[in-house]
Design a protein around this ligand. Structure first.
Ligand SMILES: Cc1cc2nc3c(=O)[nH]c(=O)nc-3n(C[C@H](O)[C@H](O)[C@H](O)COP(=O)(O)O)c2cc1C
Length: 254
């Protein structure tokens, strides 16, 4: 026997009310959680920066540890600091998509396959007194399936690698995804970047000689991701990337 509660009209009304309530709850949660999300994203990025430099200590708060880091903006072309923009609000990825804030890279120059490069880049510095202890540079470039985003940390000599890490990519776990393998990442520490002013750091297919100051093992079974990492490093450490800035650091001009 059918009751009044089973009429089509009532079923539709209950479904509509339920949809309305759910959409209000989901929208409210999205709006209310946005500030928390932004704080977490910022802390996560700060942790990635500290990790790349080998400075992250999980037993301490990220915020507290990040106090030792100074964020600066650099004019990529001149390698000089930009002082009329706020590093805290500057979004380099957004700038790379904004016409007046980026330059389009020619095919020959674009070895990292990024197409557009922001004119101003963020750099992170660990300073002690007047000297720079560590320089952490944001880097990105295309692998096999995705753009890899990460940081390369250099010692204050602007030539010795303090660490390297990628925080975003979609390479295959176990193949290109081995860029996240701690053993592979550990190889970078202590390697040198420049030989006679040329970028000499590179990935070596089949394995680098342990005594090679510039060579790191390519990822086995992931030649294309390895090539992508090699290319993006060559790009960001060259005159098109951070070399003008690193030269200024080496020569004590900034
Ligand atoms: C499902 C699948 C996923 C793959 N993912 C990657 C990858 O993330 N990175 C990469 O370089 N090669 C990847 N490859 C392998 C490449 O297609 C290519 O064979 C490999 O880069 C060659 O490397 P090797 O010369 O070191 O063997 C993948 C292959 C398959 C079938």
């Amino acid at each position: 026997m059918s009751s009044n509660n089973e009429s089509v009209q009532k079923t539709v009304t209950v479904a509509l009310v339920l949809c309305l309530v759910c959409s209000v709850v989901v929208s409210a949660a999205a709006v209310l959680l946005r500030p928390v999300q932004a704080v977490n994203e910022k802390a996560n990025m700060q942790m990635n920066i500290l990790q790349a430099a080998g400075l992250y200590d999980p037993s301490k708060s990220v915020q507290e540890q990040f106090e030792q880091v100074t964020t600066r903006l650099v004019n990529v072309e001149t390698g000089e600091f930009v002082t009329d923009m706020d590093p805290d609000t500057y979004d380099q990825r957004k700038a790379a998509k904004t016409p007046e804030m980026h330059r389009v890279l020619s095919g020959d120059e674009d070895i990292a396959s990024i197409k557009r490069q922001a004119n101003v880049a963020k750099v992170y510095l660990i300073e002690s007194g007047d000297s720079i202890d560590k320089i952490i540079l944001p880097i990105h470039g295309y692998g096999l399936w995705s753009t890899l985003y990460g940081f390369m940390a250099l010692e204050g000599d602007a030539n010795t690698v303090a660490g390297l890490g990628f925080y975003e990519h979609a390479e295959t776990p176990g193949l290109g995804g081995e860029v996240d393998n701690p053993n592979w990442k550990a190889q970078w520490t202590g390697k040198k970047v420049y030989r006679d002013d040329d970028v000499a750091i590179r990935l070596v297919k089949g394995g680098a000689d342990r005594s090679d100051a510039y060579g790191v093992d390519a990822l086995s079974g992931a030649t294309l991701t390895s090539r992508g990492v090699d290319n993006l490093l060559k790009f960001w450490l060259s005159d098109s990337g951070f070399k003008p800035f690193l030269d200024n650091v080496k020569q004590g001009r900034i």
